[in-house]
Design a protein around this ligand. Structure first.
Ligand code: HAM
Length: 416
């Protein structure tokens, strides 16, 4: 037997309704925010992620599914959705159209990580990206969109943590201060952090090694180094979140695992799904479009991990709407009425009614049992009597009541 690759999961037919619920809710929230969908390829040129996500990140250094295609091009399965959306924004000249451009995506993403609860090698994200709006109101709108998505799903107890990691200019001052603090302590830090020290010291704050965490606990805080513009921007984001009734905590340790962020960064975190508690992450990334060859364009967005969300909903007993069975099951008692059932099911489906009949040669009793198991709301049993008098009984499975209807009126009867 060939098994499923490590870190991937099948969604089985009996569970698909949960995914549909998540995806339908995501699309509904996007509609409420006037956000259109963007679909980009599952793979991109590797260069996009090197430049977009950043060559000092774990994603790029350790986790990408990269391969040469038959034309000797380096191709990577997308590890996240932002870089592809940004590439498409530039390539399709969206900056010349109506701004802001607001788009969402529901995508598979691929990272070669060590699998554990809530951490997979193929996972799915619902993300939104907003291009062209520099103001704090765009940050607050994006955060409120993620919050509404969680709220619509009935998820409670997820904490919103926010931070600002400043712009290029305040980051330079901060990096210098951070490096001054870290330099004499480098010996106590892991090899990866020592490597990051020169190229991207901010990433050191995200290290999960105990030794490194102990060192960074006393490090200078980026919030103390924000320039006037970044500090005012962050102040406004906080004001607008409060105005929207969203509770948040300022967490100066959030730096995020991707290099493109500027100013606001945020995470929605749960303590109900184990070590991988971040269900949503995002922030502003005003430098990415320029980095990828476009004109400077402010941008902000988030992505929610759908597997983590599902895990959270299951762990905390958040209900899913019931998986619907067919509206009606048509049972056939003998050869002729089974053929009639087959025909009637076809006519029902044509008129838009979800209908089912037996394909396994089951007895009438077994057909009724089966109809009950698959959650059919009504059952009609056809036999020679029904075919001769042209009338049948519609049995309601919920209360057992029956109603006589002419065979030629059955479709009309079920059309809502
Ligand atoms: P990220 O924090 O790397 O951000 O991923 C966003 C979410 O995807 C995480 O919070 C988590 O729920 C989920 N996730 C990440 N890796 C895994 C994994 N291996 N298994 C299961 N779930 C995972 C981004 O991807 C950014 N592109 C978000 C963004 C959009 N920022 C601005 N716009």
């Amino acid at each position: 037997m060939i098994n499923i690759p490590k870190g991937t999961k099948d969604v089985l037919p009996q569970d698909a309704y949960k995914w549909h619920y998540l995806e339908d809710t995501a699309r509904e929230v996007a509609r409420l925010y006037n956000i259109r969908e963007i679909r980009t390829p599952v793979f991109e040129h590797t260069e996009l992620f090197l430049r977009g996500v950043g060559d000092t990140t774990d994603i790029v250094n350790k986790e990408m599914y990269t391969f040469k295609d038959k034309g000797d091009r380096s191709i990577t399965l997308k590890p996240e959705g932002t870089a592809g959306a940004a590439r498409s924004f530039i390539e399709n000249g969206m900056a010349a159209g109506l701004l802001p451009v607001k788009m969402y995506y529901i995508i598979p993403a691929f990272r070669y990580e060590r699998p554990q609860a809530g951490r997979l090698r193929e996972f799915h994200q619902f993300g939104i990206e907003v291009y062209g709006a520099a103001g704090a109101d765009a940050d607050a709108e994006v955060i409120s969109c993620a919050a509404l998505f969680l709220d619509r799903l009935g998820i409670k107890g997820v904490k919103l943590n926010i931070n600002s990691i400043g712009c290029k200019s305040c980051r330079a001052d901060y990096n210098a201060a951070l490096k001054n603090y870290l330099r004499p302590r480098l010996g106590e830090m892991c090899a990866t952090c020592r490597e990051r020290f020169e190229k991207n010291p901010l990433r050191i704050l995200d290290c999960k090694e105990e030794g490194c965490k102990a060192v960074t606990r006393g490090a200078p805080r980026i919030l103390d180094y924000l320039c006037g513009d970044c500090a005012a921007h962050f102040g406004k984001v906080k004001e607008l979140l409060t105005e929207s009734g969203l509770e948040y905590t300022v967490d100066p340790d959030i730096v995020r695992g991707l290099d493109y962020y500027t100013k606001t960064v945020f995470e929605f975190v749960s303590d109900n799904i184990g070590a991988q508690g971040t269900v949503c992450g995002g922030g502003r990334y005003d430098g990415l479009i320029e980095e990828l060859g476009g004109n400077p364009t402010p941008a902000v967005g988030f992505a929610v991990g759908l597997e983590r969300l599902l895990l959270l909903m299951e762990n905390s007993g958040v209900p899913f709407p019931a998986d619907e069975g067919p509206e009606v099951f048509i049972a056939g008692m003998d050869e002729r009425s089974r053929a009639a059932a087959f025909g009637l099911v076809g006519r029902l489906r044509k008129s838009g009614v979800s209908a089912e009949c037996d394909h396994m040669g089951k007895s009438v009793k077994a057909q009724f049992k089966y109809a009950d198991k698959i959650g059919a709301k009504y059952v009609i049993a056809l036999g020679s009597n029904e075919l001769e008098c042209g009338e049948c009984n519609i049995k309601c499975m919920a209360d057992g009541s029956t109603r006589a209807v002419k065979l030629c009126d059955v479709c009309e009867c079920f059309k809502s």
